[in-house]
Design a protein around this ligand. Structure first.
Ligand SMILES: Cc1ncc(COP(=O)(O)O)c(C=O)c1O
Length: 389
């Protein structure tokens, strides 16, 4: 008799990871493969982190477990980071170090919600939120955002939700749109959540990568918000898998118990490296120089990409993605992504990963790589589009 698998396991795949796998398996190519699919910096981690890794590699204690909430040193360094960046007073006890922010989302869902609860998020939006909700038996409520509202989440659209959701997850800068909320927009959303008893989860993983606006932490306007962040983006330590949650006091113990049982503790050596990175002022100069390169890359692509890719797209104010409008080229973004991969040797992510309804007409291009790669990608795309005009 065939044994069953749970309905919770019937998740859509995280398409970007499927593209990554296809890309990694491509060998003996006539041209270098350009990796515009993954949202990961192509530059090394902060020097302070690398030095700490070398210095502590032979410490036996760097290879054991840590406290489930993270090392005391790292939670204290994260608390100092909030003072430095946002002038916010966070207690180190409110910080929980997680395995990437990815696991933090699952922990937040399991801690805050009951099976069947409804959690709102934007569409397009980061697909792992929706997929993880499904595996936690939660119901995603998708809020459509598009060119008409300038791709912005508004309180007016929250007010139309029926029923009022149990939770709302937001991201600024947003993936894939690159929209950065103003502090007024964020304040209004926090206020609406508090007034309606909606648990807010604020994904701030792209903080530090905003080109013209200041990133505001949702804790400034809400005492019940869970703030999610990570060393993966601004700090260019993606593979170390260190994220964190800042939780309101009443959620700290439940989250810690979940961490104890789920993963015991995050990678110890990586926590040591992350602590060294946060505390060294040179880190911010190094990482800001990467952000400057992302800005150059963005401007370069917006200038050079063929107009067929830049119809109604959101202007990337932060993060490192262009959510290109491919409606002039194809009505199937998965097929188009395959063509780009197999014929142009450009890996990109189909819009369907972010939006079930309209994502067949969009594609996400990451500009976190080198400016040379962006130039080469723009050339290949332009030639290909010209050959079809
Ligand atoms: C919006 C957003 N949140 C969370 C994550 C997860 O990142 P990590 O688990 O590396 O912290 C990503 C990764 O791309 C992301 O784009």
């Amino acid at each position: 008799m065939a044994l069953r698998t749970s309905s919770r396991s019937e998740l859509p795949s995280f398409m970007v990871m499927d593209v990554l796998e296809k890309a990694e398996r491509m060998t003996a190519l006539p041209k270098p493969l350009l990796r515009l699919e993954m949202g990961q910096p192509s530059s090394p981690p902060p020097k302070a982190a690398l030095d700490a890794l070398i210095k502590h590699t032979h410490d036996v204690s760097a290879h054991g477990y840590t406290l489930s909430r993270g090392t005391i040193e790292l939670t204290e360094a994260i608390a100092r980071h909030y003072k430095r960046w946002y002038d916010l007073d966070i207690k180190p006890e409110q910080v929980l170090v997680t395995v990437g922010s990815s696991l933090g989302f699952m922990m937040a869902f399991l801690t805050c919600f009951e099976a069947g609860d409804k959690i709102a998020m934007t569409s397009p939006g980061y697909s792992a939120y929706r997929n993880l909700m499904l595996s936690a038996s939660l119901e995603p409520m998708l809020i459509d955002i598009n060119a008409k509202d300038n791709w912005r989440l508004t309180v007016a659209s929250l007010e139309q939700l029926d029923p009022i959701p149990d939770g709302l997850i937001i991201a600024s800068p947003a993936n894939p749109t690159g929209v950065v909320m103003t502090s007024d927009e964020l304040a209004a959303i926090c206020k609406w959540c508090e007034a309606n008893g909606v648990r807010l989860i604020s994904d701030e993983i792209y903080h530090g990568i905003s080109f013209d606006k200041t990133d505001t932490c949702a804790m400034q306007y809400s005492s019940s918000v869970l703030v999610m962040n990570s060393f993966s983006k601004y700090f260019a330590m993606t593979g170390h898998r260190i994220g964190w949650v800042i939780a309101p006091d009443d959620l700290v113990d439940p989250l810690e118990r979940l961490a104890q049982n789920c993963f015991i503790s995050a990678n110890t050596l990586s926590q040591i490296a992350a602590t060294a990175a946060l505390d060294d002022p040179s880190t911010y100069q190094e990482m800001d120089s990467y952000v400057e390169r992302y800005r150059v890359n963005r401007d370069f692509l917006l200038d050079r990409l063929p107009k067929e890719l830049l119809g109604q797209f959101p202007y990337p104010e932060g993060g490192f993605y262009i959510y290109a409008d491919t409606s002039g080229l194809s009505n199937n973004s998965v097929e188009l992504t395959d063509i780009f991969l197999n014929e142009l040797y450009i890996a990109a992510t189909p819009g369907l990963d972010f939006d079930d309804a309209a994502g067949h007409l969009a594609m996400r291009l990451s500009f976190a790589g080198s400016t040379e790669d962006m130039a080469e990608a723009a050339n290949r795309l332009t030639q290909w589009v010209q050959s079809r005009r």
